[in-house]
Design a protein around this ligand. Sequence first.
Ligand code: GAF
Length: 380
Amino acid sequence: MSRIANLRQLFKEHFSAEGQLEIHAPGRVNLIGEHTDYNGGFVLPAAINFGTDIVAAIRDDLMVKVVAADLGQSIVEFSLDDIQFDKVNTWSNYVRGVLLALRKVFPDFKGANLVVSGNVPQGAGLSSSASFEVAILKCFAALNELPLDGVKAALLGQEAENEFVGCSCGIMDQLISAMGKQGHAMLLDCESLEISHSTIPEELDLIIINSNVKRGLVDSEYNTRRQQCESAAKAMGLETLRGADLSLLESHQDKVSNDEYRRAKHVITENERTLKMFDALNASDMGKMSQLMRASHISMRDDFEVTTPQIDYLVEIIDEQLGDKGGVRMTGGGFGGCVVALAPSSLTESVKSVVTAKYTDKTGLVADVFVCSAEQGAFA
Ligand code: GAF
């Protein structure tokens, strides 16, 4: 049975009625522009064919009842009038957090019954939580006919993460889940929230390789990186690193720590690479994209220090295989997770083969390789 058919059936079993609405919100892969979003910079993600699905129906009262199909049909129930952090069913805090944020904008919407399921690999840096948040927001907006657009929904998702769940993430993941366009990557200016789309050429495959490195200390390391960037911006008299360039950074070298200097250098150069990548994608210039993705990975490895030895090895063997005919880099927040490669479809099998032949021997881990497609966002 398909996942969605299974959700429909579970809805019937739990609520003795048919679902009224089916919602999908995608996860994402970021082609380039890493750790730039919370610095007011540029990112270039694509929404992917993995995401969160919900079958739902509105209620007459303010209660919300959610069945998590993937978690042994774990159930939470709460009132929109009394939204509290849940220390036991922590997955439900994404639901609670976004509904609390939504209530600040639309105080009068009704509760709902929901069955939810996701197929974004968990903890792999492909935004399973953002897709969950955006799906919940889309679901309640549709059931209650609320005039919620994709950008506002993304901001509410980010607010829930920052203020309710406790992760100081930027806006990229929620915005691409809401506003992605099928077959395209999305350049997002995280300061103005201006969006431009660029076609991913049909002859290229979007390949995601999950290193299956268990991510540790992600939140604390992520928040430390963010603080270091903020300190560097402050030392240069700026609100964010968006306004900085390398010469300004160099002239303030004595006012920042060595770590802060390297974090800021990554962000400044990554913003430049992201804009160049957008142009290279528009020009289908694979050689240029290859160079930019390689430089991005090196910058994340040496200056931002968010890669791991296993991820570096994966990138190294795929890069050797692709040369300038394809690009490869770590994608997402880091400390484990996935590598993204963009390569002519004729080379996809060789990427799979090199990963199978070398990665396990070196690391003792088995990587999963997915050939993905760029999909439409939930609000697009
Ligand atoms: C995580 C965050 F949620 C994003 O906002 C972004 O900062 C990313 O890491 C790094 O680019 O996915």
